[in-house]
Design a protein around this ligand. Structure first.
Ligand code: NAD
Ligand code: UDP
Ligand code: UDP
Length: 314
């Protein structure tokens, strides 16, 4: 049975990935320090004999024997990654070095959960993998953006220097059940606010755009990518190319929750990208993949999840 390590496995994406890998019959070691993840996310897996959990911070070395590594450890929400920005850079950079060192020692294949943030506030729209991005190196998002960019550099240097088998996946905004209610990202914020009939917080004028991918689609792409031949290293964009403004998103969430909330306009955070939408031509060609779940359908699943978490009857 193939032994797979998932770092950040108790987080939003990591817990879905662990479930899917267990479902496919693999032996999964989930490593997490519970910085933003939770035991609740993996509670259904704990009793499974093919699942093992280890509380560990990836900024420290890790000696285990595995054949594949999915490196997801890193807070993904701006609120959380800006709370302790030095730790965010350490997680991205020291964490990548440790996981790459581990992959080198045990000759494991390693996939990096990179991000559309490597493109910063992009001047090219939609963003293809060939675009080098427009990133502020000293701003409040830099610990995440530059940390992830440095991790990509390390992956490609270990590949060139030590012939590691690497896969670099650039993930665009992804949402779904198991996001934390206080995660701070826009979809969880809007749904929780709408369900509680509290003001919907729109940052800036709400004209900035994002493209939202449902978690099941994203995890499918991740596993497909891991199973590609060795010469496929990426980076590969994965996300949903259908673009919405934050105002459109707020209206859709309010409609689906029959909410009485009002819009509340707040200042736009520094360096907040104005537009973002993936060019997924490469993913279509190389992985034979494209997202299937429409935003409205994915939101319904996510709203159902948050109603349970918040104990709101439908
Ligand atoms: P998340 O915050 O829910 O999960 C991150 C997990 O990593 C948490 O369980 C957290 O406790 C753990 N973690 C953080 N620092 C750690 C450390 N030093 N050692 C061990 N564990 C640590 O976020 P997510 O949305 O599940 O994101 C997972 C990965 O995917 C992240 O690397 C993120 O950058 C990347 N990503 C996510 C999105 C998205 O839209 N969800 C988009 C782009 C990239
Ligand atoms: N490392 C780890 N687990 C291993 C092997 C290495 O955590 O099984 C860490 C270790 O901290 C090391 C880092 O990965 O410093 C980089 O390893 P590499 O072999 O590339 O470099 P070196 O050991 O020479 O620093
Ligand atoms: N946003 C918002 N209200 C919120 C949370 C976020 O208007 O309560 C905006 C934020 O300014 C950004 C977009 O929604 O333009 C997406 O934010 P998120 O934190 O989800 O992810 P990002 O793509 O910025 O990392």
């Amino acid at each position: 049975m193939k032994k797979v390590l998932v770092t950040g496995g108790a987080g939003f994406l990591g817990s879905h990935l662990c479930s899917q890998l267990i479902h496919q019959g693999l032996d999964v070691l989930c490593v997490d320090n519970f910085y933003t993840g939770s035991k609740a996310n993996i509670k259904d897996l704990i009793a499974n004999p093919n699942f093992e959990f280890m509380r560990h911070d990836v900024t420290f070395p890790l000696y285990v024997e595995v054949e594949e590594i999915y490196n997801l450890a890193c807070p993904a929400s701006p609120v959380h990654y800006q709370f302790d920005p030095v730790q965010t850079t350490k997680t991205n950079v020291h964490g990548a070095i440790n996981m790459l060192g581990l992959a080198k020692r045990v000759q494991a294949k390693i996939l990096q959960a990179s991000t559309s943030e490597v493109y910063g506030d992009p001047e090219v729209h939609p963003q293809p993998e060939s675009y080098w991005g427009k990133v502020n190196p000293i701003g409040i998002r830099s610990c995440y953006d530059e940390g992830k960019r440095c991790a990509e550099t390390l992956f490609f240097d270990y590949w060139r220097q030590h012939q590691l088998q690497i896969k670099v996946q650039r993930i665009f905004n992804t949402y779904g059940p198991k996001m934390h209610p206080n995660d701070g990202r826009v979809i969880s914020n809007f749904i929780v606010q709408a369900l509680k009939n509290e003001p919907i917080t729109i940052y800036g004028q709400g004209q900035q755009t994002r493209s939202f991918c449902y978690v099941d689609d994203l995890i499918e792409a991740m596993i497909l990518f891991m199973n590609t031949p060795d010469d496929i290293t990426g980076p590969i964009n994965t996300g949903n190319p259908i673009e919405f403004t934050m105002l459109e998103l707020a209206e859709l969430v309010m409609k689906l929750t029959s909410s009485k909330s009002k819009l509340s306009f707040k200042p736009l955070p520094a360096d907040d990208p104005q537009q973002r939408k993936p060019d997924i031509t490469l993913a279509k060609n190389v992985l034979g993949w494209e997202p299937k779940v429409a935003l409205e359908d994915g939101l319904k699943e996510t709203i159902h999840y948050f109603k349970n978490v918040l104990n709101i009857s439908s």
